[in-house]
Design a protein around this ligand. Structure first.
Ligand SMILES: Cc1cc2nc3c(=O)[nH]c(=O)nc-3n(C[C@H](O)[C@H](O)[C@H](O)COP(=O)(O)OP(=O)(O)OC[C@H]3O[C@@H](n4cnc5c(N)ncnc54)[C@H](O)[C@@H]3O)c2cc1C
Length: 384
């Protein structure tokens, strides 16, 4: 098989790119390692910012669909200290037609993107394992258990552990902090008190340089998390393990032993689901020498700790890369000559590098605030 435009990864950024091209009648192919849609837990909800995520959906002609799925109430935010005292409470403006940064559930957003591309655009079950440059330009892509594919333009939208990244840069992700993810199914039924405590949006509690969070999702569930700075083996050393939810809950109670039960009672109603997630980050200066046949977007290009920017920037990358390809004359089958391709990549990257550098810097700054000893007071002031 030959694909003029081969996109590796059907996450937020890769799908948005394919959609924005398809919207203008241009074909591309997304190679996704997952065997089919909906097979992987997709995490909690995202707030899409007007200048990035929402802008990208507008460019891709999906703004109307987004507003149908957006949850304005999800913007509610309650800030607590570890004694269980509420320090700030932000409520979305009831009078406004639209809230500034409405939440959308990740699975809903991904489904909308997936359904918005022509059939056959996404090749499920395509796990890229090897890439070889071809002598006349472009690449041969080797997938696990399926036929090889050749492509002229290769786009790495394959997330944090990108296989495309080493073609462009030596930058490698490094450990930033530990993040334990849990979940409560049907929180209204399981615990009306916790449902009431968290409200429609997110509760953040800060203390001892840690951040404990609970975020309501649109499916009636709640995502619960604890972020902890320190050594990479902190979760393992504290007995927080995916295959031992009960032991992990007990370990977390021990870690938070000095915290108010108002907050730590949340742990007792979590499902038997624990994901110890080491959070990694790329260096903050994003950039590499332009290559005529390959580029990257989203986490592959500029992985940062989660602070509300990653998905937004991945979506915007996808939209702006599509615009650059279109402005340099990409044909409806995705073909372009070598000069057009090189110019489109250079224009896209010249805009993306400084924007992504700012986003990574901002994320690192937000995380250093959230994991500082005085985080409760600082964050409360920010949102008061
Ligand atoms: C705990 C947590 C909370 C977050 N919260 C927020 C938030 O509130 N707001 C926000 O904006 N961002 C948030 N983020 C960041 C956000 O999730 C990412 O920045 C975003 O998903 C990046 O999108 P992407 O398309 O670049 O990559 P991904 O969404 O990671 O998609 C990559 C895709 O590539 C596929 N893939 C990978 N390797 C291969 C391969 N070899 N072959 C084929 N396919 C492959 C994967 O299966 C996946 O589907 C959060 C991240 C984490 C970890």
């Amino acid at each position: 098989m030959h694909a003029h435009i081969g996109i590796i990864g059907g996450g937020m950024g890769g799908l948005l790119l394919a959609r924005a091209l398809a919207e203008q009648g241009v074909a591309s192919t997304v190679f996704e390692r997952e065997a089919g849609p909906g097979l992987r837990a997709q995490g909690g909800s995202l707030d899409l910012h007007p200048e990035s995520g929402q802008r990208a959906l507008r460019i891709a002609g999906l703004e109307e669909g987004f507003w149908k799925l957006a949850r304005k109430g999800g913007e509610e935010l309650r800030v607590y200290n570890s004694s269980g005292q509420q320090l700030a409470h932000r409520i979305p403006d009831e009078g406004a037609d639209t809230a500034g940064r409405p939440e959308i559930d990740r699975p809903a957003l991904r489904d909308m993107l997936r359904e918005s591309v022509p059939e056959g655009t996404i090749r499920w079950g395509h796990h890229l394992v090897e890439i070889s440059p071809r002598t006349n330009g472009g690449f041969t892509l080797r997938f696990d258990g399926t036929e090889d594919v050749t492509c002229d333009l290769l786009i790495g939208a394959d997330g944090a552990r990108s296989l495309i990244r080493p073609l462009l840069t030596d930058a490698k992700p490094s450990f930033a902090y530990s993040y334990v993810e849990m979940h409560i199914t049907d929180v209204d039924q399981r615990s009306p008190e916790i449902s009431e405590l968290v409200g429609e949006g997110t509760l953040w509690a800060f203390g001892d340089s840690m951040n404990f969070g609970a975020q309501r999702n649109g499916d009636g569930g709640m995502r619960v998390s604890l972020s902890v700075p320190g050594e990479e083996d902190w979760m393992e050393n504290h007995g927080i393990r995916a295959n031992d939810p009960e032991g992990s809950r007990a370990a977390l109670h021990e870690v938070l032993a000095q915290w108010s039960p108002t907050l730590t009672d949340i742990l007792d109603v979590t499902d038997d689901y624990v994901v110890p997630r080491p959070i990694t980050t790329l260096p903050k200066d994003v950039g590499w020498e332009h290559h005529p046949d390959v580029t990257m977007l989203g986490d592959a290009a500029h992985l940062a700790p989660p602070a509300g920017e990653g998905a937004n920037q991945a979506l915007l990358d996808g939209a702006l890369l599509a615009q650059s390809l279109l402005s340099h004359g990409v044909a409806s089958d995705g073909s372009m000559n070598a000069q057009q391709r090189a110019a489109a990549i250079a224009d896209y990257e010249d805009e993306m590098f400084p924007r992504a550098t700012n986003a990574v810097e901002h994320s690192l700054q937000m995380i250093s605030i959230a994991l500082a000893p005085n985080a409760a007071e600082t964050t409360a002031k920010m949102f008061a």
